[in-house]
Design a protein around this ligand. Structure first.
Ligand code: KG4
Ligand code: ZN
Length: 336
């Protein structure tokens, strides 16, 4: 079969991204225009500003993705775009752009689920990775344990009942005055702290459930800090960051290992922004090793939002014959 080149477009949150991927596995370019510097003034993503920034950036980002891959629109076989879940105004910029390109260039259009994209980042990072495997997808918007049966078939085994893991990292970082996005800041500060300084709660839902809940640990950390402040006591931010991270990663790891055991699988993959957390990677690898389970994850640039992952997921949809048409719309909340 001839090589298949997919142009991926991603604009679901605060990154405007475009990439060219060959055969679902090789990234020829990966252009990401991050809006972090703009949103950090407000302590989080402002949806209206995100949409406007996407509009300003998207054409240049796509041009750059073609240029860096040394290809033109003529070389592209299909256009893959994130259509949900995400911020609807932000998603619409990518979806409208992809539709306009598909229509004028007469190229097939493929709609991609953002979470499937995160999972498929691993196909680019690990060229011999094949399903089935268990994937923990932990990002600013989602915390899912997914059973990837096949390239196109997924089953959710557990998900968060309240906050996403990354959201909890961002909130605690804000309380500690570390800035936005909080995950990388907590990750770095935690290296200087004692993860057992404070035993924050690890929430387990019903015995058989693999669902997560992070609002309890978040409230526990905030209450802990407030109590110390009321007493006028000094507290060690690094210890709190490390103890919070320990509580969150303990639950993420134990549920993911449990999922792999239930499906009798010896392969765990992690994805999403939180997958770049060093404590999570370490703990997942060490714990999985005890059970003879391998752990794979992408490099940080493919963990946070990017379009390589969208083009990779789009490739499997494209070769299976899936196509979207000009009625494609952005969908803010979209089941897997
Ligand atoms: O996947 P992503 O870019 O966007 C969503 O789809 O949500 O994930 C962003 C999230 C943010 O909450 C950020 O704080 C978190 O991923 N994150 C991390 C780390 N790097 C990014 N969380 C913990 N440790 C990190 N090193
Ligand atoms: Zn994401």
């Amino acid at each position: 079969m001839d090589d298949v080149l997919i142009l991926g477009i991603e604009s679901s949150c605060d990154e405007t991204a475009a990439a060219i991927v060959k055969n679902g596995r090789t990234a020829l370019s990966n252009v990401i225009n991050s809006q972090i510097d703009i949103h950090k003034r407000y302590g989080g993503v402002v949806p209206e500003i995100a949409s406007r920034c996407h509009i300003e950036a998207i054409n240049t980002v796509i041009d750059e993705a073609l240029k860096n891959a040394n290809v033109t629109f003529d070389d592209i076989d299909a256009i893959a775009v994130t259509y949900g879940p995400g911020l609807v105004g932000a998603l619409l910029v990518g979806v409208s752009t992809a539709k306009a390109l598909a229509y004028t260039l007469k190229k097939p259009l493929v709609n991609v689920h953002h979470i499937k994209g995160h999972i498929c980042a691993n196909y680019v990072a690990h060229s011999d990775l094949k399903p089935p495997f268990i994937c923990l997808v932990a990002s600013g918007g989602h915390s899912h344990i997914v059973y990837a049966k096949d390239y196109l078939e997924y089953e959710i085994m557990g998900m968060t009942r309240d906050d996403a893991a990354g959201e909890a990292f961002d909130k605690i970082a804000r309380v500690l005055g570390l800035g936005y996005p909080g995950g990388p800041k907590i990750d770095a500060l935690a290296k200087e702290g004692n993860p057992h300084a404070v035993e924050f709660p690890r929430v387990k839902m019903a015995e058989e459930s693999l669902d997560f809940s992070f609002s309890g640990v978040k409230t526990a950390v905030i209450n802990h800090i407030h109590k110390l402040e009321q007493k006028g006591e000094e507290y060690n931010k690094a210890d709190i960051a490390a103890s919070f991270q320990e509580a969150v990663t303990d639950v993420l790891v134990s549920h993911t290992i449990e999922a792999a055991q239930r499906k009798n699988l010896d392969k765990i993959v992690i994805a999403g922004g939180v997958a770049s957390n060093s404590a999570l990677r370490d703990k997942m690898e060490k714990t999985a090793k005890k059970y003879g389970i391998d752990v794979l994850y992408p490099p940080p640039v493919l963990c946070t939002d990017n379009a390589v992952m969208i083009a990779a997921a789009g490739y499997y949809e494209y070769v299976s014959g899936k196509r979207a048409d000009m009625r494609l719309n952005a969908v803010a909340s979209l089941p897997l």
